[in-house]
Design a protein around this ligand. Structure first.
Ligand code: HMS
Length: 276
């Protein structure tokens, strides 16, 4: 995933605490001109949730996936052309689609997805949104380039988070996808924007799309939900491989110049369609 430009203003006024999973009725509905985009996002986000148990990144109801629906990208009465992701449009601004809290993966369908505004307030849905909604929403407010956020408790990445130890960049796959180490974010309790603030403060100066929130687990970001899910899968894969390697000795770091070269190739050349 390409480096997300740092867009967070460190001097920004403190964000109002947003209760996770706020079900406070906003008295608002999805604007008509966003209906199709929201429904398409519900299809994608529901399908991507199935990837978390598929790649053994979660157990029971742990984990969640969200995707941003940009108000500014859709012609319509509410899209005043404001900067995407800043909520600068009239009406609701950007929205996010996420799973409802505690829903079994067996029961996840596009229709079960819920829609929130970027303050984490429920706009559409008959269940409380994920308990991590405030974190996802904070990331979307402060990193307008981010289109998808994922949270898991995948075993090896979470074990590194329990030690508050970054995963060192000792694999070419890490240089490709993360551009260096996978960083650790601060310990933060759920319930307000603390987790989201920790994610943004850790990732805004990093090429990594993954952060290991201390004592909690990985959160990943991407240009869309699928990219963030890929980052979560790759995060667990490299966390496991480096863990295994360390059982028999100290893995060898890749030179920074080589990390930079690998990252540039993977992000801008690998998998690209040949120019015709
Ligand atoms: O880790 C947490 C909260 O941070 C878990 O509760 C989370 O993985 C699952 O919560 P939700 O079912 O999305 O509310």
């Amino acid at each position: 995933m390409s480096t997300l430009p740092a867009t967070t203003d460190a001097t920004a006024p403190a964000e109002p605490a947003v209760q996770a999973g706020s079900t406070a009725p906003t008295g608002r509905t999805v604007p008509a001109h966003l209906r199709a985009a929201v429904d398409a996002a519900k299809e994608r986000v529901a399908a991507l949730h199935a990837e978390l148990p598929r790649w053994e990144l979660v157990v029971w109801t742990a984990g969640n996936v969200s995707e941003r629906v940009r108000a500014g990208d859709v012609e319509g009465p509410d899209s005043t052309g404001g900067a995407a992701g800043t909520g600068a449009t009239d009406g609701l601004g950007d929205l996010l689609v996420i799973k409802p809290s505690g829903l079994s993966y067996d029961d996840i369908t596009p229709e079960s997805m819920v829609v929130c505004d970027l303050d984490g307030n429920l706009v559409e849905g008959d269940r409380a949104p994920s308990s991590d909604t405030a974190a996802h929403a904070y990331v979307y407010r402060h990193m307008p380039e981010v289109g998808g956020v994922v949270h898991t408790h995948s075993t090896y990445a979470t074990a590194w988070a329990a030690r508050a130890e970054p995963v060192p960049c000792v694999l070419t796959m890490m240089a490709d996808e993360f551009g260096g180490d996978i960083p650790v974010g601060p310990f933060a309790l759920i319930g307000d924007d603390s987790i989201g603030r920790g994610i943004v403060e850790t990732l805004r100066d990093s090429r990594s799309p993954a952060v290991l929130m201390r004592n909690h687990g990985p959160f990943t970001i991407g240009k869309d939900a699928r990219s963030a899910v890929k980052a979560a899968v790759m995060c667990e894969e490299v966390a496991r491989t480096v863990h295994v390697s360390r059982q028999l000795g100290d893995p060898t770091r890749i030179e920074q110049s080589d990390v930079d070269s690998l990252y540039a190739r993977y992000q801008h050349v690998y998998g690209q369609q040949p120019a015709h």
